[in-house]
Design a protein around this ligand. Structure first.
Ligand code: SME
Length: 148
């Protein structure tokens, strides 16, 4: 859950950054790391049928490569939609990054109809993310896609 002020600040700081590519993606993840409830934030790039972990902040994860259709991340691509999970314990098709994770949000990074990748955020509390987070992450995804 982010306030309108947080949304505005994060998006404008990202927009103002002069970088592109992996440098910009790393900066985006550092911005998310400052937000309460954002306990792990990462970007996966879609390479063929596989999501490949790109820039991230938080604990290292075993899930550096995820096939389309597998886990919350792969399901988002397979179904071509953003996914918000209130409680990961209720999801069968879930890949645990950390045993502390309770909620997760995945927002696709698109260039038109083409999916370039996704932003994936994990939180340690139930229902940490809602439409306010999705809207902020969608704007960030567009900025990242424009300077992919
Ligand atoms: N939980 C994700 C895997 C990525 S880790 O959370 C970093 C999933 O189920 O796809």
């Amino acid at each position: 859950m982010v306030t309108p002020a947080q949304h505005h600040e994060v998006v404008e700081r990202l927009r103002a950054h002069p970088g592109e590519g992996s440098e910009l993606r790393a900066f985006a993840m550092s911005l998310l790391d400052e937000l309460d409830g954002y306990d792990w934030s990462g970007i996966y790039r879609l390479e063929g049928p596989t999501l490949v972990l790109d820039q991230y902040v938080g604990a290292p994860t075993d899930h550096t490569s995820i096939p389309i259709g597998v886990g919350v991340c792969g399901t988002a691509v397979a179904e071509d939609r953003n996914v918000t999970i209130e409680d990961v314990r209720e999801v069968d098709n879930y890949l645990a990054c950390s045993l502390d994770t309770r909620s997760e949000i995945v927002v696709l990074i698109r260039n038109g109809a083409v999916v370039l990748g996704q932003i994936d955020v994990d939180g340690h509390s139930v229902a940490a993310f809602d439409r306010s987070d999705e809207k902020m992450l969608e704007e960030m995804a567009q900025i990242l896609a424009d300077r992919w």
